[in-house]
Design a binder for this molecule. Structure first.
Ligand SMILES: CCCCC/C=C\C/C=C\C/C=C\C/C=C\CCCC(=O)SCCNC(=O)CCNC(=O)[C@H](O)C(C)(C)COP(=O)(O)OP(=O)(O)OC[C@H]1O[C@@H](n2cnc3c(N)ncnc32)[C@H](O)[C@@H]1OP(=O)(O)O
Length: 221
């Protein structure tokens, strides 16, 4: 599942508003076509997530462990000279892709969105295992911060940061199946935006969250 390409780019969600990088277009290698580069980057992010799941599930022999460590070090050494300032980076900054081109949190596949709400699916691979088939209790707030943060900063809203994120774990969140995820605005007053979100497995409520997002003042990091 994690290796499937993005079925269609989504619109109107996760746009963090005017940013220096946004004004200049979506981040891409200089000279590259941003759309084609985004597709390639998504393939890479899916491959990386698939690798982490496969690694988490497998028990390779010692030789394989050592060969893998050597291969990964070779790639790190190739990438290090290409390090770029945060504003130019691609990882996590392609809000036109469902997973933002990152592997830190599971990919959020957006099915429907408007100015005040968003619905989609999320699937936690084995990389996010806590124990006994249940997702790690830290990975659940991670996806809540992802969906709430992107919605809180969507449309024409100025950027905000999470001030609190309260999560209730109502039943185990299973590793493997597609889960439904939903987020919506509760209120928006001055700089304060309160949003809620839920994760369901079928009809079962797995977890729910409330977040306060506070709009940043000019110059606030
Ligand atoms: C997000 C911008 C970053 C830009 C990134 C650019 C590109 C990236 C591209 C793509 C990324 C795509 C998606 C990202 C996905 C998710 C994003 C998630 C966002 C985060 O994950 S971000 C990290 C975690 N986050 C922090 O690192 C915040 C640390 N913190 C602070 O930076 C300050 O703390 C701040 C700014 C929050 C407030 O500080 P402040 O000084 O500006 O304002 P102040 O304290 O006066 O609060 C104003 C009113 O909020 C009330 N209030 C405040 N805190 C409260 C609390 N905890 N409980 C109850 N009420 C609270 C006060 O009581 C007052 O209320 P009232 O006005 O009624 O009195």
């Amino acid at each position: 599942m994690t290796s499937q390409p993005n079925p269609e780019p989504h619109k109107g969600f996760g746009d963090l508003g005017e940013r220096p990088w946004k004004a200049a277009g979506l981040p891409a290698h200089p000279g590259a076509d941003p759309a084609a580069y985004g597709r390639s980057w998504e393939t890479l992010a899916n491959a990386l997530s698939g690798f982490l799941d496969a690694l988490a599930e497998s028990v390779p022999g010692r030789e394989t462990v050592e060969a893998l460590a050597a291969d990964l070090t070779t790639w790190s050494d190739k990438l290090k000279p290409l390090a770029s300032p945060e504003r130019d980076r691609v990882f996590g900054r392609r809000t036109d892709l469902h997973g933002r081109g990152q592997s830190m949190s599971p990919k959020l596949v957006v099915i429907r969105s408007d100015r005040d709400s968003v619905e989609g699916t999320v699937h936690f691979g084995s990389y996010f295992l806590g124990g006994n088939g249940a997702v790690h209790g830290g990975a659940i707030p991670l996806i809540f911060d992802e969906i709430l943060g992107r919605l809180a900063n969507s449309a024409d809203r100025p950027p905000s940061r999470t001030a609190y994120l309260h999560t209730d774990f109502r039943s185990i969140t299973p590793i493997g199946p597609d889960l439904s995820i939903r987020a919506w605005f509760v209120s928006e007053e001055g700089r304060k935006r309160i949003l809620r979100a839920t994760i369901h497995h079928g009809d079962t409520l797995c977890a729910e969250a409330e977040g306060l997002f506070v709009a940043l003042r000019p110059g606030q990091p």
